[in-house]
Design a protein around this ligand. Structure first.
Ligand code: DQA
Length: 148
């Protein structure tokens, strides 16, 4: 089966993109980034739906809701990446392919950002390319097997 429907899920503080630490995250707003992702999705022939929350529980609920509605997820869990076992367990629970993305190169920043508790249950991780990390993540997901 090929990937046809994809959820793009953004975690905490990503709603502040555009004004939040532009030296680290750039000047594009989340709406502008989502528009770029939607354009890339059209090129790839996949349907993309978008979600952002600052709450761990809402992110867990949204990941659960992906089961049976989409074929895979591009996820930037923000700071939850580094410590949310609940989000990791949600990814394991649904068994869909998830690509972890980050705008910044988390390996070149504070040491606590180097660990991702999500990476072991994701297909892979893309970081450091600014908003293009999402586009690269979508491309990677579009070519990924749908069963893990
Ligand atoms: C981030 C990196 C995280 O360490 C940070 O907490 C974020 C954004 C990124 O996209 O670079 O909120 O996920």
């Amino acid at each position: 089966m090929t990937i046809k429907r994809v959820a793009i899920i953004h975690g905490p503080n990503l709603d502040m993109l555009g004004t939040r630490e532009p030296g680290v995250y750039g000047r594009k707003t989340l709406d502008e980034i989502n528009a770029d992702i939607a354009a890339e999705a059209r090129i790839l022939g996949v349907e993309a739906e978008f979600f952002q929350s600052n709450s761990e529980g809402d992110l867990v609920d949204r990941i659960h809701a992906c089961l049976g509605t989409v074929d895979g997820i591009v996820l930037n869990a923000g700071a939850y990446t580094h410590y949310s076992i609940a989000i990791r367990d949600a990814i394991s629970a649904i068994g869909l392919p998830v690509v972890e993305v980050h705008l910044s190169n988390v390996h070149a920043r504070e040491s606590f950002r180097r660990e991702s508790v999500l990476a072991p249950v994701c297909v892979g991780q893309i970081c450091g390319f600014g908003p293009r990390s999402y586009l690269l993540g979508l491309r990677a997901l579009a070519g990924a097997p749908t069963e893990r």
